[in-house]
Design a protein around this ligand. Structure first.
Ligand code: 2HA
Ligand code: ZN
Length: 270
């Protein structure tokens, strides 16, 4: 059996959490990531019949039975993942209508998956329905996106349009726009269900006064998605209090659509 610490997906997860911490998106225990794995990817490194323990999930998601996830641990710091991956990360396989998770590796100090496991798992279900290639759900607390939810309208069309206007390439990176949830209590099935519903129409979901969720086919792409939205929010927070003399017009955004073969969310451009 090969060494799990050398599995490309584990190496990439360690690099991603480290990088996200370096971007200041994941203070203390902030943020969480789940990456769906194929059984073959896991079986190369672990005996998939050797269950360490079984952890209740607290929700029902029959679609996920038999699915494997590499996921960050509750209360764990992204900053520390690189030094002790087997304590801060775990690999689980869901069963019993998603109500139980068999732990196959990790959470070595007796820990368990992120408190946002419901939002992650329900978002995977939602994204897989619209994009069978989806593998990643990522949550973090980037300062400028958070700041923006204090001073900008939370209307999804308005929020998206502002981000598109802040950097020319935003409309190419997230043509479907950004969905927005009002402040809600985190770590609950309710915010999980609300997030998953928003994930049906966009890969980015802002949690007002809290952070953002991103989804994508791999860690790099999902990181890049959040990075691009956060960059746009940063520009906004630099200029919001200044007179705006110039902007990117809807006409110019239409030119971007044509040049890059994308289509902005229906009704979001004039
Ligand atoms: O504690 O970010 O939303 C991790 C979180 C909860
Ligand atoms: Zn959070």
């Amino acid at each position: 059996m090969k060494n799990i610490l050398e599995a490309p997906y584990l190496v990439e997860m360690v690099r991603t959490t480290t990088n996200m911490y370096a971007h200041t998106w994941d203070e203390r225990n902030g943020g969480n990531i789940s990456l769906m794995l194929d059984e073959a990817q896991v079986a190369e490194y672990l005996d998939v019949n050797a269950v360490l323990r079984t952890i209740p999930t607290g929700f029902t998601a029959p679609e996920l039975d038999g699915k494997y996830f590499l996921v960050t641990g509750t209360g764990k710091y992204f900053k520390n993942v690189q030094y002790a991956p087997e304590v801060n990360l775990g690999i689980v396989r869901l069963k019993d209508q998603g109500q139980q998770a068999d732990l196959l590796w990790g959470f070595a100090d007796g820990g368990k998956f992120t408190s946002e496991f419901p939002a992650h798992m329900m978002s995977h279900v939602a994204r897989l329905k619209v994009d069978p290639q989806n593998r990643v759900v990522m949550h973090c607390h980037p300062a400028n996106l958070l700041a923006m939810t204090y001073v900008h309208s939370l209307d999804e069309r308005e929020f998206t349009r502002t981000l598109w206007q802040m950097c020319t390439e935003c409309i190419v990176v997230f043509p479907e726009g950004v969905n927005v949830l009002p402040w809600m209590l985190c770590g609950t099935n309710e915010i999980g269900e609300a997030t998953a519903k928003k994930m049906e129409t966009a890969r980015l979901v802002v949690w007002s006064q809290h952070g953002i969720y991103g989804a994508g086919k791999d860690l790099d792409e999902t990181f890049g998605l959040i990075e691009t939205a956060e960059k746009a929010a940063e520009i906004y927070m630099k200029i919001a209090h200044l007179p705006r003399l110039n902007t990117i017009t809807d006409e110019q955004l239409h030119l971007m659509e044509q040049r890059f073969g994308v289509k902005g969310r229906e009704g979001y451009l004039d």
